[in-house]
Design a binder for this molecule. Sequence first.
Ligand code: G6P
Length: 368
Amino acid sequence: ETAELGSYKHFMEKEIFEQRKAIENAIRGRLSDDQSTAVLNGLNITANELRSIDRILLCACGTAWHACLVAEYLIERYARIPVEVEYASEFRYRNPPLDKNTLVFVISQSGETIDTLEALRESKRKGFKTLAITNVVGSTIARESDGGLYQYSGKEIGVASTKAFTSQIIIMLLVALYLGRMRDLSFADGKEIVSAIKALPDLIDETLKQADVVRKIAKKYSKFPDFLFLGRLEEYPIALEGALKLKEISYIHAEGYPAAEMKHGPIALVCPECPAVIFANQGEIFQKVISNAKEIGARKGPVILITDSPDEIESGLADDVIAIPKAHDAVRTIIDTIPIQLLAYYIAVERGCDVDKPRNLAKSVTVE
Ligand code: G6P
């Protein structure tokens, strides 16, 4: 194991830093020659079949479920197909009504998670086309689905998923782009998304350069008992993922919330011992998120801002700022994810936790 780690202390750290490579592997050979759409042969489904789809059901567990939530925004925005996201474990027992033109998509890094596998089997029993995104080649889910896309992220050893998550997002963006271009996404918009995808690897490197800044912030807050993670739109699932990462490896209680919902409950938690990590990036809702941050500051809650516009943050608003590069909306969640992974990682190290093998958790849950 030590040899494989190279200069890294833990697999989780190594896997966070491998995200450029994982993203490059996920997109290799999957962009069209005219750079306007994706080429997804593995889906094993005809263009006509895809055109008749009028609803998509996404099913997964844990971190992969968060990737489904991001995918919901991407598919609805670019392909304009209604998407529903289900916990695989709930889907099996809830028996939701499914329209005949529904496409079922499951996401599983290991391809062995029992609840996800059973959700896939149940969809197949009902006669639906099922597609899967998995990282492990030849895994049960990969074998049993009608088609799908491999992530090619390389082996993920750390129990807390990192590079597999961002790779799942980029693959779902390719799916959104592909479905969008079959419907009303224009050639120009398709090209814009492809260039955003191609720019991503360099942006990942740039974001990883913030590791030392994040490490210092982690040291400052490592003893705090509660954290809030707040984001809006597709950054809400990243807030959920930030909270999950912290819970998983640092054993600190954390909640992810849509920033504007904060005033309907979580604001009661705000106090000097409960820092809030907030995504405040340029766009329609930038000012709205900034006012949420002010509300927290006014109640003496420490504010850690993750932002692509550090120069526009008035002094005194944030206790700490993590600057990230400006990224296209289509890929921004991937950039947002890196600081929250690093934050959880460095806090866990600071607390002396067993980062790669957190208590009570398994890399793949194969019993119900
Ligand atoms: C376990 C792991 C998580 C993972 C989840 C789903 O709970 O600890 O990190 O997100 O399973 O795993 P999968 O292999 O289906 O993506």
